[in-house]
Ligand binder design. Structure first.
Ligand code: AMP
Length: 420
């Protein structure tokens, strides 16, 4: 007999399948992580590792090269292992992180064959991610047809961007075809905005710039919990430099590389997605911590360029909102690097922004100095929890005695019933 209702969250990439199981606490209605981990090296040398809520490794396994290619079987292994590892839990739904919802999906949606086809049609917009996001949905629909599945989109938070923020200055027939700014990291922005509003209710209607700084980095302008501008655009290449991605470039650079270096789409994709950013500038590493620990001047240059570009975009995001009432840092670098936060904020001193070195060094919740013109926060993101909240909310809404969920217009991303 199952004591707990749990939600499985899947985040599938080209060679990895990350998973988390979050358990619902009946008393508080909150969600707690019980297990997470991943199958890495899919396609070549698949390796499974699971950790409990205290980050202790509780299981590991490897597969040979042939079995590493059997994605469906690897997913089945994970489900069977979860059944054994969590005998008191019943997985009531699976929530998936999906990079692109296009224009059609501005909110999470229950996965149906029609939804899968519509999401398949968006593959050209995100060819490196979307097919991998969809594969486990299809596999689960075939092997566990009774398990409700919900797709949660990285683009959804930005679905209400004003047209000036979502439109490129291109001939508008391209816009009508879908060549527009979509924005990404939406589940992180949604979680962090809700968390800030819960911790500081006086900021619920404020103009907040959120810096999601990790391997992938972007910033968002969030006004009263809604996205009004962001640095990523048509793809997750735009905006600030990242671990290996270039961030925004003069499009003329691409024309130059095509004409003068004979580079085609594949070579450009490799350059811009895998060989640029912190790695490209430093020539050493894509990892911020490694660069900050290095004494090599090239490492220092990469960090400096990153901070310069982030600070510049903070000002741009504030400009899009006509002002700024709070600044938030989140994700791997934003949450853990006092050095990056200090350097970004010192470049924004002209705004009257100042941080408290002691609070910043400890990555405290609020790191601004007493005389700072606006508060600066460090808020850990939790995209898995956001996905689980949406998934369970949609399940509740479509339950026989619940409010019928409208499949095309699921519960608002800005108004998730349970708090995070
Ligand atoms: P994410 O993609 O959110 O997991 O973030 C990964 C990035 O966070 C990598 O560049 C890490 O080097 C960086 N990071 C994690 N911990 C630290 C730290 N203590 N100091 C500096 N960077 C860190």
């Amino acid at each position: 007999m199952s004591r707990y209702q749990s939600c499985l969250v899947l985040n599938a990439g080209s060679s990895s399948l990350k998973f988390s199981v979050l358990r619902r606490d009946e008393a508080t209605e909150d969600l707690h992580p019980v297990l997470n981990g991943q199958i890495a090296g899919i396609g070549t040398d698949a390796r499974f590792e699971a950790r409990d809520a205290n980050r202790r490794v509780v299981a590991q396994r490897r597969w040979n090269a042939e079995d590493s290619q059997r994605r469906g079987a690897l997913l089945e292994y994970l489900l069977a292992w979860l059944g054994q590892a969590l005998p008191e839990d019943r997985i009531v739904a699976a929530g998936h992180r999906v990079v692109h919802g296009g224009r059609g999906y501005s909110r999470p949606v229950r996965v149906t064959p029609e939804v899968l086809s519509a999401l398949e049609a968006l593959v050209p917009l995100a060819p490196l991610h979307q097919p991998h996001n969809l594969a486990p949905m299809r596999a689960l629909a075939a092997s566990h047809p009774d398990l409700p599945q919900v797709a949660c989109f990285d683009t959804a938070f930005h679905a209400e961007l004003p047209w000036v923020a979502s439109t490129y200055a291109l001939p508008q027939e391209l816009s009508y075809e879908g060549v527009q700014r979509y924005g990404f990291h939406g589940l992180s922005y949604e979680y962090v905005s809700q968390r800030l509003a819960a911790l500081r209710p006086e900021l619920a209607n404020a103009r907040v710039v959120v810096c999601h700084l990790g391997n992938g980095s972007s910033l968002a302008a969030v006004h009263a919990g809604r996205g009004v501008d962001t640095t990523m655009g048509f793809t997750a290449l735009d905006g600030v430099p990242m671990g290996t991605r270039s961030g925004s470039l003069d499009p003329g650079v691409l024309l130059y590389l095509m004409r003068e270096k004979g580079m085609g789409a594949d070579a450009l994709e490799d350059l811009l997605y895998r060989r640029s950013g912190l790695l490209g500038v430093s020539g050493l590493s894509s990892d911020m911590r490694a660069l900050q620990e290095s004494t090599d001047p090239a490492a220092r240059r990469a960090v400096e360029l990153f901070c310069f570009r982030v600070a510049k975009e903070v000002a741009a995001m504030a400009g899009s909102m006509g002002g700024i009432d709070a600044l938030v840092f989140t994700a791997g670098i934003g949450e853990n690097s006092p050095g990056v936060r200090a350097e970004v904020c010192s470049r924004l001193g002209w705004m009257g922004l100042a941080i408290d070195d002691y609070a910043n060094g400890r990555s405290a919740l609020e790191i601004s100095a007493d005389d700072s013109i606006l508060p600066v926060f460090v808020l850990p993101t939790n995209e898995e929890k956001m996905i689980a909240l949406h998934t369970l909310a949609m399940l509740a809404a479509s339950a026989p005695n619940g409010r019928e969920a409208d499949e095309g217009q699921p519960c608002s991303t800005a108004r998730t019933p349970a708090t995070c």
